[in-house]
Design a protein around this ligand. Structure first.
Ligand SMILES: Cc1cc2nc3c(=O)[nH]c(=O)nc-3n(C[C@H](O)[C@H](O)[C@H](O)COP(=O)(O)OP(=O)(O)OC[C@H]3O[C@@H](n4cnc5c(N)ncnc54)[C@H](O)[C@@H]3O)c2cc1C
Length: 352
């Protein structure tokens, strides 16, 4: 297929460009989030290591709990995961602060940090790129028109925390602002570490990525102008230093961006329901009647990938492969991630 990529700001300029980007699973106890996260992690780690080796640093991951609740979660995770765990080398634990060592921890045999911009540009190499801001998306019965500039048979909306281009009121990604930094330090960090923040393995130039902050109140439009970088940096360093003593720290670069999270912590991938037409066809949905999702009305050949939260680099390759199989091979999309899962609840709430 011929693929056109469109981004008004350039490749990896949204949340993607700000990312660490750590490739690791979510350390949750059980349920669909764990299921999707572990499957995606097992798919994406070898995907980067094999196809984008130049941009990928693989290392074990030391995950340390940061409160009593996560202590219990880590203890449980250790005995309920299919992922390979290893015993940490004594040299690796030596640099961990005594206070941090009092918490439960586990060592994942492999994780990765990818160069966000590098890997996104490499992935986009064979697509045609258009740096335009799309203002309107219309279907003429045959194809989609993007601002009367570009025509496409199929459209995938991957607009992150930005506004949807169509009326899709039942899907509202939650913006979560984040700041991360690259630092130089005389301390050599041999592995990726997660505790209060994520701390990457030192690269060959001694650079360590630290990230990221989470702010659900910071408005995206104010991001550049009003953000207090000094405060963000000290929060990140203070949190990192609670885990590892980093010496001679020099801040090299700041990255800020907005993640787009879904309310149930699962991503959104798949065909987009036309809520107006569906309500016309199935009015009883407003009173809570359940219908098979195949009875919903969908926009023609319109898909969405969004709500990947702080795990975009873990989830996206796995989701993209699922969508490719759905489009090209008539495969199925995991029902847990379909955007249509939010429609009925939205219809009921709208009528209250
Ligand atoms: C600080 C920070 C740290 C993170 N760390 C990690 C991490 O360690 N590991 C991990 O896996 N994930 C991490 N993430 C999350 C990850 O980066 C994001 O979830 C993911 O990259 C989101 O990708 P996206 O394509 O959905 O959205 P975005 O990258 O935000 O892309 C959306 C793009 O759509 C464009 N756009 C929107 N509307 C239009 C329009 N009308 N016309 C043209 N263009 C439009 C925007 O310009 C934007 O560039 C982090 C995120 C942040 C902010």
């Amino acid at each position: 297929m011929r693929v056109a990529l469109i981004d008004s700001e350039g490749i990896a300029s949204g949340g993607s460009g700000a990312a660490g980007a750590f490739v690791s699973p979510k350390f949750v106890k059980s349920g669909p989030v764990k299921e999707v996260s572990e499957t995606a992690f097992s798919f994406s780690l070898p995907f980067y290591a094999e196809h984008f080796k130049e941009w990928t640093s693989v290392s074990p991951l030391l995950h340390i709990a940061n409160n009593s609740l996560s202590n219990e979660r880590v203890r449980y995770f250790k005995t309920h995961t299919s992922l390979q765990l290893i015993t940490p080398e004594p040299t690796c634990l030596k640099q961990i602060r005594p206070e941090a060592r009092t918490f439960e921890s586990l060592m994942l045999a492999s994780s990765a940090v990818v160069n966000a911009r590098g890997v996104c540009e490499a992935m986009a190499e064979h697509a045609e790129f258009f740096d335009i801001h799309v203002r309107a998306l219309e279907h003429d019965g045959h194809v989609w028109h993007l601002d009367n500039n570009i025509r496409a048979k199929r459209v995938l909306l991957a607009t992150g925390a930005h506004q949807h281009l169509l009326n899709i009121p039942y899907v509202t990604p939650r913006p979560i602002f984040g700041h991360r930094i690259n630092i130089k330090s005389s301390t050599y960090n041999p592995v990726n570490i997660h505790q209060h923040v994520s701390i990457s393995q030192s690269n060959t130039a001694g650079i360590i990525a630290i990230g990221a902050t989470h702010d659900v109140h910071h408005h995206r439009r104010h991001t550049q102008e009003q953000y207090d970088y000094i405060k963000g940096r000290s929060e990140l360093l203070e949190k990192a230093m609670r885990t590892v003593a980093l010496h001679d720290v020099e801040i090299i670069e700041d990255f800020i961006g907005v993640r787009a999270a879904s309310i149930d912590h699962l991503p959104m991938l798949g065909p987009v329901v036309d809520s107006c037409k569906t309500l016309e066809k199935l009015p009883k949905i407003e009173r809570g009647k359940r219908y098979d999702i195949n009875q919903y009305e969908y926009y023609p050949n319109l898909y969405m990938m969004n709500g990947v939260g702080g795990y975009g680099f873990v989830l996206a390759p796995y989701l993209a492969a699922m969508l490719r199989d759905a489009i090209v091979k008539n495969g199925t999309i995991h029902p847990l991630v379909l955007p249509s899962r939010f429609l009925r609840r939205w219809c009921i709430q709208k009528c209250r």
